[in-house]
Design a protein around this ligand. Structure first.
Ligand code: ATP
Ligand code: MG
Length: 285
């Protein structure tokens, strides 16, 4: 029987969010605390716990069928695997940084420097596109301290807020790539495995859509319903149910995340207080 083998990161930064997404997809794992592999209950899917350095290559080579990995890792180590969905967590950027003492004016200032990084391939591609000739020195960890140890004059590493870079003195100078977790897949799947993957991706889509929408309910006098409808651009009319108090209705609608707070303020100005906002678990289309 066909099985979809899905790799996720083993007990590090992306692990909890990956497991949460799998659970929100309604998939329960048989051995939740398993070290290497955990089959899913009642679904032909198996989760493998791997290092983020290995999962992208395994996915590109077909050792696993799909993987949840940072786009940065996929770009460096498994670019033959296709990004099927960006998942919205694990956001970070790969940036180059130089010591404060180095005078930096533009990307050309990186010319002829020795740059330490765990992402030599992504960095080399970026420098080539920008016509910079630097030497890249590959190291596997503690990249941000490399210049102070004499391992290169600059470095290139992942950063979320910039806090680590600033805390250690170096200045972030160029963004090499923006990243977030993504579902990547090997394209050479048999028909049955592809069908399982499509089912899994539909569940992910339902969860991602739900994360981008909110359910709003409010009570309003009937005469203000046209105004409320006018405030909900691009959406179907809200449903209106009569309240026990005559002349009033309870309105229900779903709104997107974009300009959510602006919309709430405008609705508040039109109908007063008492707007209730509820999370949506899944949106199936
Ligand atoms: P492993 O043991 O699996 O090799 P690791 O220590 O190399 O783990 P993590 O530091 O857990 O890997 O990072 C995993 C991924 O998390 C990164 O590849 C990146 O996509 C994402 N990430 C998000 N924010 C950051 C950040 N501030 N620093 C590093 N990685 C980040
Ligand atoms: Mg790693």
């Amino acid at each position: 029987m066909s099985l979809l083998r899905l790799a996720i990161q083993k007990s590090e930064r992306l692990t909890d969010s990956s497991l949460a997404l799998i659970s929100e997809c309604g998939i329960e794992l048989e051995q939740a605390g398993a070290k290497l592999r955990a089959p899913a209950f009642k679904l032909p899917l198996e989760v493998l716990f791997l290092r983020d350095d290995d999962a992208p290559g395994y996915c590109a080579d077909g050792v696993v069928d799909a993987a949840i990995v940072g786009k940065n890792a996929r770009q460096e180590r498994g670019s033959d695997a296709t990004v099927i969905r960006e998942l919205g967590f694990g956001r970070c950027r790969l940036s180059s940084a130089v010591p404060k003492s180095l005078s930096y004016s533009s990307v050309g200032s990186l010319n002829a420097l020795n740059i330490a990084t765990s992402y030599p391939r992504v960095l080399a591609d970026c420098l080539e596109r920008r016509c910079v000739r630097a030497s890249i020195h590959e190291i596997s960890g503690l990249v941000e301290v490399a210049p102070s140890l004499g391992l290169g004059e600059a470095f290139c590493d992942l950063v979320r807020s910039g806090g680590t870079l600033l805390g250690n003195g170096p200045v972030e100078v160029e963004t090499v790539m923006q990243s977030q977790a993504a579902l990547t897949c090997n394209q050479a799947l048999c028909k049955e495995s592809r069908a399982i993957r499509e089912g899994f991706v539909s569940r992910i889509d339902a969860v991602l859509r739900a994360g981008k929408t909110k359910y709003i309910t409010l009570n309003a006098p009937n005469e203000s319903i046209p105004e409320v409808v006018r405030l909900l651009p691009g959406l179907k009319s809200p449903s209106a149910r009569p309240l026990a108090t005559s002349g009033w209705s309870s309105l229900h609608t779903v709104v997107g995340e974009d300009d959510f707070w602006g919309l709430i303020e405008r609705l508040g100005a039109a109908v007063g207080k008492g707007i209730r906002v509820l999370p949506i678990e899944k949106v199936i289309q």
